[in-house]
Structure formats: C-alpha cells, structure tokens
Design a protein around this ligand. Structure first.
Ligand code: ME8
Length: 648
C-alpha cells in the first residue's frame, strides 16, 4: 500500500489556539482523510513546540514552571482538535523524552560531521520570534522583519550551523523542483536569503535554560528551531526507540505551513537534512494568513477569533468549510463573521442543505419514502450524471496540488448543478401526472446519486455532518467509498430515504452578528458603517464613453515583487499581463509587502506611457483605492479571471 505523510507545524503553546491554527490543521486533516479514502497508508502528524525563551518568560509571569505552563495549553489544543474532528495519527510534544534524546543526537551528529562549530554571536534578537537577525534583514524601522517588533542587541558564546555548503542545492530545490507550493514564493527566498550569501545559523543559546541541553556543552541549549524542525523525523522514530516508522514514512509528502515560517522550512530544514544526508521532503505547501481587519490574527496582537465560540454556534463542519473555502494557497484571507455567516447560508443552508431536504421530502411525498424500480430517463439526466462522475478526478487533482478551496468549489459546482436539475426537470409538475411516475422516480434517483457522490467527497472536509446526510438518503456504509464516488447506480434502485432534521439551518445575519459582537466584544459590524465620517472626494469632471474607452484596464498576475532599493514607497512588480509580461512600479510599499501581492491578480492601467521611477522603468499602473486613513487598498479582481482580461 502506498504511504502518505503529512504534517502541520508544531504550534507554540504560548496562548490558546485560534482560527489561524485551525486553518493549517483542518487543511492537513482534510488532505489526510482524502488520502486515507484513496487507500493510502497515512501518517498525519501535529503537535506542540514547547521550548524557548518566550515560554520560559510567560511561565515566570504566571508563577508556574514552564512545563506546568505548557501542559495546560497543550490540553486546550488537544481539546480543540477533538472538537474540530481532527484525525491526527500522532501528536508530538517537544518535551517528550524520546524527542529530547533524538535532538541531542542530531545536534551531536551535525557537530561530528563538522557542520556545527563554536563561535560568538553578536546581533539583533527578536524575543517573540526567537530569531536573530542581521542589520540588513531588519525592516525600515530597524525592527524584526517578521513581526515588526523591537529587537535587542545580544551577544553570546554560541554554536553555529554552516549553511553555505548547501546554498546551491537549496536554490535548485526552490527554483527547479516542485518542492515549494506555490512556486512563485521561490524568488523572494532566493533574492532575500540565498543571493546575498547564506549566513551561518546560530543554533545554541546560553541566555536561558528552557530548552534541550547540548550534551557535550551543557550550558548551551539547542536553538528552538533546530529542536522544532527535527520533530518531523523524531516523531517517526529517527534516533529513538519510541517509534519505528521512519523507514516507512520518510520523506514527508507534505509539510504545510503559513508564510511566516516558510524560510525555516524552505532553507534551514533542507540544509539540516542535507547535512545529515537524509532525503528531502517532497512538498512544502505555504498558505497565507487569516487576517482580521487587515492584520495577521495572532495571540500577541489580541485579535484572535475563538474557534470554540464559533464552533458552538454553527458546528465544527461549518467552520471547517468556511476557512477551507476562503483561503487560496499563497494568498491571505481576511476573516469576517459576516462573510462566514453569508457563506454558511448560501453554500451550506441554501445549496447543500436545501438540495438534500428537497430531494428527501419529494421521495417521501410522491413515493412514501421508497422509490419504485421503474425508470424513464429524459432530458438533463446525462449532464448531471456526467458532471457528478467527473467530479472525483477533478478533486483528486486539486488535492494533489493542496488547492483545497478549488476542490471544494468543484464539489459545490455539482451541488449547484443538482439544484438546477430540480428546476429543469420540475418534479412538482411530474408529480401531478400519474403517467410520469417512472420519469419522476428517475429524476429523484439521479438527485440521490448526485448527493451521494458529492457528500462522499465532501466528507473529508466536513466529516461530522455528511453521515447525517447519508442516513437521510438511505446510503449504507458500503455505498460510501472512493471507488463508488466515480460510479453511478450505487444506491439500490428502490432507495429508501429517512427524513431528518435540517442539517444546516439558515442564520439570520443581522441578529447573529449582533449576538456575536456581544460575545466576542467587537463593537462594530465587519463592514464600515455609513456614518463613519468618511467623506468621498469631489467628483471629477464628466467624461464621455469615448474618453473612458481610451483607458485600457487589464487583469494581471503578480509573479514577482520586490522593494525598489533607495525608496521607502516603491515596489517593483513583474506581471503576467497575458501579453508577454511587463514591469510596473507602484507606490504602495508602505501598505503592502511583496509576499502580500505575489500570486495575486490585480488590475492595471495597461496603456500608460512608460516612465522611470527612482531609475526603474514602469509600464503601467496598479489600481488601488484611497483609504480613509490616507493609505492605498489594492483592488483584487476575481482571481479566476485570465491574465489580460479587459475591464470595462
Ligand atoms: O511558528 N493565519 O508556531 P506558531 C493562518 N512553533 N495560519 C496561522 C495564523 C494565521 N493568522 N496564525 C498561526 C510556530 N497560523 C513554530 C512552528 S514548526 C517546526 C515550528 C498557523 O504557534 C500557520 O500554520 O506560531 C503558521 O505557520 C503556524 O500556525 C505557526 O504557529
């Protein structure tokens, strides 16, 4: 049997988990479930990263030991995963004895091989990120380039890991293989870290004790990232006796992480594995952040949405569905209660829920709950059947590329198709005509089959509610399988349904937002209110349609993006405009980082005369809205529009 190994990052138990942690975990869980359904022998690993100065300080503030501190939070993580129906196969804690021993052996091995040496570290240290930075890596305010908080001067005797011997291999890994998903991120890594010369990494600390001691020099503890990254192999039994799965599962098929920790997984982790002479993981899937009011949702920023509260109100599956559907690989996704509730209403209540309840109610009404075996096929049947039968292959493709939002979009296309089929075939008209009973039975049977296929695939993403639908459509356990998801006529000809409760009740948006705001403590609705004091700019002079026609607005994809040197305001973007590509310079650097834009489609004024800005040529302009605060908000069109699409 083929194997499949997928991992989430191991999370810092420095505060309770939030919806951002849920995204990676639910995404990995859905892929793990899908692979299991396909027949793979799956290992799905998650866990907690429990060492480091940050934890030591938090424990001190609370007056408990670091271990007591993490034990309590780890319980909350585990409770949340059980609540969200996360089917992990193994949970690693970096305080587990076997991991500690294995990391000590890994560190010693790297030392014995000559890749780790002793030196002195002087630099800028960011405590929340546990990262040392060089001067050139700091942001424009001299702060941490990752979290933008203050860094402090630090110096200590330390061990270093030689990175430079691996620079060429890592560059090739990022640019010539499909390790990185999406690959568009390779440029920023190569330009920011590899091209300037890979600096040796400081891999031990003496300024605190909550870490794994270096066995041959015990005043040092192992740098928390070396400790943490090793989890992906120690959890399989590498250099320890606790497990025996290394040979079977390594290399990993997918490490999934958000962009904030891409560098560690795209550069440092491969370098460690190369130094140990171990095979490299196959894919690193990097997703964006779930943002809240434009900022990354994070414990330290205090803008966390509590998944327990949301789950209790709408059910874990609705939350799973919403976050999976919203996040496109590579881009950020902004969290809004209002968008979530609207999506639950439109896709789950009106789309799927309605399809199931209408179908089951009609089988009940017209046939007393059991279909007769006579059938008469007719117009529209083949389209529905073909769409449902082609679905599995499409979903397979998107899962292999970790594009879960697209996989879900495909499933919901079939669900919409089935709802449209009800309108096209008008069963309520057939039901009035005794002579059309065989046709009516065929229509309802086709609907049951389309529901069976789509919910079978959907069950990997929404594992709790789908069995309730199967009960209603009378599907047996054996009807639900990967094989049967590409077969028709699986339900018995005389299918029997069982009417049940409404699976996804419609939510009253306004009432619910008010309730939520009371609970979560947001005083405002997500949308800015009309009386926010916003004054629109005076209207410009009138133009004719011919004037407007002179403007050529197009959709373009940001392939590469970097800051223009010597400028605080300018970004230089390489665009795919569907016409051979172009370079555009835009004054939005204060509000957007290159990684916020790479992989996204934007709207450009495509026929502007070229100009030079700070010596860099610009061929066009990125369209953005003026924000009330005097900033710019880039206009992102429908991301499925092809590059070069004209906008009128
Ligand atoms: O970085 N949106 O742990 P961490 C989307 N211990 N995903 C988010 C998110 C958000 N707002 N916030 C967190 C660490 N995540 C290290 C990892 S791995 C060897 C060590 C998710 O608790 C996302 O997957 O800060 C991100 O990569 C991870 O949580 C970081 O979690």
């Amino acid at each position: 049997m083929s194997k499949f190994y997928i991992t989430t990052p191991i999370y810092y138990p420095s505060g309770n988990p939030h919806i951002g942690h849920c995204y990676t975990t639910v995404a990995c869980d859905s892929i793990a479930r899908y692979k299991r359904m396909q027949g793979y022998d799956v290992m799905f690993l998650t866990g907690t990263d429990e060492h480091g100065q940050k934890i030591e300080e938090k424990a001190k503030e609370k007056g408990v030991t670091p271990k007591e501190y993490v034990d309590e939070i780890v319980e909350t993580f585990k409770k949340l995963w059980s609540y969200m129906n996360i089917s992990y196969d193994r949970y690693i804690r970096t305080t587990d004895d076997y991991h500690v021993e294995a990391v000590q052996k890994i560190f010693k091995e790297l030392y014995d091989r000559g890749y780790i040496y002793k030196g002195e570290y002087k630099g800028k240290y960011c405590t929340p990120c546990e990262s040392f930075w060089t001067e050139s890596q700091l942001d424009e305010n001299g702060c941490c380039p990752e979290c933008h908080r203050e860094v402090k001067e630090a110096s200590e005797e330390a061990y270093f890991f030689k990175m430079s011997p691996f620079a060429d291999r890592i560059e090739k890994l990022l640019t010539e293989t499909d390790y990185l998903q999406p690959k568009t991120r390779a440029t920023e890594l190569v330009n920011n870290f590899i091209k300037p010369g890979l600096e040796d990494l400081c891999v031990s600390r003496t300024s605190f004790t909550w870490g794994i001691p270096v066995t041959f020099d015990t005043k040092h503890v192992v740098y928390v990232w070396v400790d943490a990254l090793s989890n992906y192999i120690t959890a399989l039994g590498y250099e320890n006796e606790a497990y025996n799965d290394y040979d079977k599962f390594w290399p990993a098929d997918v490490h999934m992480v958000a962009k904030d920790i891409m560098r560690f997984h795209a550069i440092i982790w491969p370098a460690m594995l190369m130094a140990l002479d171990l095979p490299l993981p196959k894919h690193l899937a990097v997703h964006g952040w779930i943002t809240f009011n434009g900022q990354k949702m994070s414990k330290s920023l205090g803008n966390v949405v509590d998944p327990f509260i949301l789950g209790e109100r709408y059910g874990a599956d609705a939350i799973r569905y919403h976050i999976l559907r919203e996040m496109a690989l590579g881009a950020d996704s902004s969290f809004s209660n209002e968008i979530m509730i609207n999506r639950i209403n439109s896709d789950l209540a009106n789309g799927l829920g309605n399809l199931v309840s209408r179908t089951v109610a009609m089988v009940d009404k017209y046939f007393g709950g059991t279909l007769p075996s006579e059938r008469e096929s007719g117009e529209f049947d083949d389209e529905l059947k073909n769409a449902a039968l082609a679905l599995r292959e499409r979903v397979d493709g998107f899962i292999d590329q970790t594009q879960i939002n697209n996989a879900l979009a495909e499933i919901f296309k079939v669900i919409s198709h089935a709802n449209k089929y009800i309108d096209e075939t008008a069963p309520w008209v057939l039901g009035k005509d005794e002579g059309k009973r065989a046709r009516l039975a065929a229509v309802l049977y086709n609907l049951l089959e389309a529901i069976r296929i789509s919910t079978t695939l959907l069950s990997c993403f929404m594992p709790t509610t789908m069995p309730r639908i199967w009960e209603q459509i009378g599907a047996k356990e054996s009807d639900i399988s990967y094989e049967n998801a590409a077969r028709w006529n699986v339900l018995p000809q005389e299918a029997t349904v069982h009417r049940g409760e409404i699976i996804f009740p419609r939510i009253d948006v306004d009432k619910e937002i008010d309730e939520l705001n009371k609970i979560i403590g947001n005083s405002k609705k997500d949308e800015p209110k009309e009386d926010d004091g916003f004054e629109p700019m005076p209207l410009a002079e009138q133009i004719t349609i011919d004037d407007f026609e002179k403007l050529d607005l197009r959709v373009a994809l940001v392939k590469e993006c970097e800051k223009v040197k010597r400028s605080k305001k300018l970004l230089c973007l390489q665009l795919d405009d569907g016409m051979g590509g172009r370079q555009v310079v835009s004054g939005i650097s204060e509000w957007y980082k290159p990684e916020d834009l790479i992989g996204k489609k934007v709207i450009i004024v495509a026929n502007l005369k070229p100009v030079k800005l700070c010596g860099v040529e610009s061929n066009g302009m990125i369209c953005a809205a003026d924000t009330a605060e005097g900033g710019a908000s880039v206009i992102f069109p429908d991301q499925s529009l092809p590059c070069g699409t004209k906008i009128r």
